[in-house]
Ligand binder design. Sequence first.
Ligand SMILES: N[C@@H](CCC(=O)N[C@@H](CS)C(=O)NCC(=O)O)C(=O)O
Length: 221
Amino acid sequence: MIRLPLLYSFRRCPYAMRARLAICASQTRVELREIVLRDKPAHMLEISPKGTVPVLQLPDQSVIDESLDIMLWALRGNDPQNWLSPQAGSLDDMLALIAHMDGPFKHHLDRFKYASRFEGANPDEHYASAISALRELANRLEKTPYLFGRTPSLADQALFPFVRQFCNAAPERFASEAPKPVQTWLSERVATPLFASVFGTKWPKWQPGDEPTFFPQLPCD
Ligand SMILES: N[C@@H](CCC(=O)N[C@@H](CS)C(=O)NCC(=O)O)C(=O)O
């Protein structure tokens, strides 16, 4: 029997979402184990003690437990839509933008969305700072339909799950305050069949002994 990579995932987590997007786009198949964050499986913690999803264990037992590394692993294996070779700019340019958004933007997003968990956080200030970070995306999206040119790339796919999370934290405010090109870009990303493939199914929580669940269930568009 051919062993598939094993992915510990959580459907709503934007980091896990970006990993599933790249797994789909690279036509990779994995065994998916859906977890809940408050009750992490012992095997997941054994192979990745830091306790975050996504975690990918390869058939040779090696482990990749950073979402961006999982994207790069999948796409370096097969990249039929050229996510790693954008039509404008380079992979390094995309990684720099992703790092900026994973850093400051996510920092402000969390302090807006979960203000009560951060002592002294002023949600309005963090909202404004997150909107400023989105202006950087808007500057690009005013020139081309996607962040690095005329076709979607790694940067679009790695980042929209976080912008979606920010939008969903306060949809009306996002509609009035977020830059319009970012709103259009986000609406288009979440309407794709690819997004439906990674988010449209509600997987039951995995328990040891369960029959394997394969992801994707069908080839992704
Ligand atoms: N840098 C990690 C971050 C992953 C992460 O923080 N995932 C969240 C869920 S969205 C998590 O697992 N948090 C652990 C917890 O809440 O217990 C990555 O890119 O994979």
